[in-house]
Write a protein that binds this ligand. Structure first.
Ligand SMILES: Cc1ncc(COP(=O)(O)O)c(C=O)c1O
Length: 465
């Protein structure tokens, strides 16, 4: 154990130098040649293990840095990191209270707090392995409501149809595949210029399905879309859902935490109208991956849809039976993700997360103001949340394909030259640089440096032709 602690200490202090670039991995084929990855019959000594760890850390992007703008998480949440380590030390599993007693009680407290924020007064929930799984469970709950026999008998010949916006995360497709709905029966409803689902288009899509003899069963709204951070209008879409008696889910994997902020929570008004809700703690709350939850308004719905088996050897009818979370889950062994979320929530309090969101919103506005004031930079979508989608566009360039190539190359060149790590994305036919503000350590000077780099590299590439 002491040897391992020594390695951990050296890894933290010596092997992650503060001045290293955000990203420094060569292409996969090159990296394969540089590393000793081979496993063999004979075990290796400490030196080989240390080398493996050093390589792992050296080539991994430094996601704790302010310059890591690529994904929906960035930064270092120290209480949560500690919680992640202790979770592995304790190695609890979450099917029964007996083998994860404190973790179970912590998870139940988290679920109470999350439900309070969303507005599910008697809600329940269970932590899951990521937002994609939470969205899958949301769809599964809806399927169970419309076709309770699907669980035991399988499909009954009806064509079930689900609705998401054309900006929804691709996990909806995965869910439609896994649950036997069929991805062709997942309808991408049109969005407005903000990337928000248009309620009349939703209604129209449902009417079309009905006229084809199909069975609509599920609407999933997005709170904080992946590319532009748009929030679908909950009240209006919920009215459409009620009219047709459909399950309403909200995918708040990225944008759910806005509910912490008094100043900005209006973006997600009426979340209580949903039947279920996805929340990722490993995105804006910056807990190490994975930490997510599916919240459900109707108590008992999870167990009805997910339970089955295990009674003979695992789920004993003892005095703790009501605390066993396993029957609400589609997993058996489940990591105790509650500890790291609980520790960071305990340390930050609701106010800490609210302050982070309010601060990042002010940085977002600073960034947008600078882009809008700049003659060669252009916003590609309104930025209501913490996504800024923009592009470099010199006055003489109008061809969409050339602009796309140019902006993709700017992202690549910035990363190669040790600058910020951003990615590109397409929205309504235009490709731009997607900047995600998830790291509470980002300062105005980081935004200044990034925008100056975009301008400099853009000018250089244009000059080079
Ligand atoms: C809106 C949205 N929903 C769901 C997901 C999937 O979450 P996870 O990566 O935790 O599976 C993402 C991931 O980026 C997302 O942006």
């Amino acid at each position: 154990m002491q040897d391992n602690l020594d390695i951990l200490s050296r890894a933290i202090h010596d092997w992650i130098p503060a001045d290293r670039p955000v990203s420094q991995a060569p292409p996969a084929r090159e990296l394969e040649q540089l590393l000793d990855l081979q496993l063999s019959n004979e075990g290796a000594g400490q030196e080989a293990l240390e080398q493996g760890i050093r390589d792992y850390l050296h080539y991994n992007p430094d996601v704790s840095k302010a310059g890591f703008f690529k994904l929906l998480y960035s930064g270092l949440n120290k209480p949560a990191l500690l919680g992640d380590w202790i979770t592995s030390l304790g190695n609890a599993t979450m099917h029964t209270y007996q083998v994860g007693p404190v973790a179970t009680l912590m998870e139940l407290e988290l679920i109470r707090q999350w439900n309070k924020l969303v507005g599910f007064d008697d809600g329940e929930g269970v932590m899951v392995a990521g937002g994609s799984q939470a969205n899958l469970i949301g769809m599964m709950l809806a399927r169970h409501k419309t076709c309770p026999d699907f669980k035991t008998r399988g499909a009954d010949g009806r064509t079930l149809v689900a609705y998401v916006s054309d900006q929804a995360h691709y996990s909806a497709q995965k869910a439609a595949n896994v649950l036997g709905i069929g991805t062709d029966n997942l309808i991408a409803v049109e969005t407005d210029d903000y990337g928000r689902m248009i309620p009349t288009a939703l209604d129209q899509a449902i009417q079309t399905s009905l006229s084809e003899g199909h069975t609509p069963f599920y609407i999933s709204l997005t709170a904080g879309t992946t590319v532009t951070g748009a929030y679908d209008p909950v009240a209006e879409c919920s009215a459409v859902g009620r009219k047709h008696d459909l399950w309403l889910h909200i995918d708040g994997a990225w944008g759910g935490p806005i509910l912490f902020s008094e100043q900005h929570r209006d973006l997600l008004a009426n979340s209580h109208l949903a039947d279920s809700f996805t929340w990722d703690a490993h995105k804006l709350m910056n807990v190490p991956i994975t930490a997510a939850v599916i919240l459900v308004k109707q108590p008992g719905a999870l167990q009805a849809a997910c339970s089955g088996g295990g009674a003979d050897y695992l789920f004993h009818a003892d005095e703790n039976a009501a605390y066993n979370l396993g029957e609400r889950s589609i997993q058996c062994g489940r990591r105790a993700d509650a500890l790291k979320v609980w520790l960071s929530w305990k340390a930050e309090g609701n106010n800490g997360f609210a302050a982070k969101i309010d601060y990042l919103q002010s940085i977002k506005q600073y960034c947008v103001d600078h882009i809008e004031a700049h003659s060669q930079l252009e916003m590609l979508a309104p930025a209501l949340y913490l996504n800024v989608l923009f592009r470099y566009r010199p006055a003489h360039l109008t061809d969409e394909e050339e602009l796309r190539k140019l902006n993709i190359e700017i992202c690549a060149e910035m990363r190669r030259s040790g600058g910020a790590y951003v990615d590109y994305a397409r929205f309504k036919g235009h490709t731009g640089i997607r900047l995600i503000l998830a790291n509470g350590d980002v300062e105005q000077s980081d935004i200044d440096a990034l925008l100056a780099d975009v301008q400099r590299i853009g000018d250089m590439l244009v000059a080079r032709g």
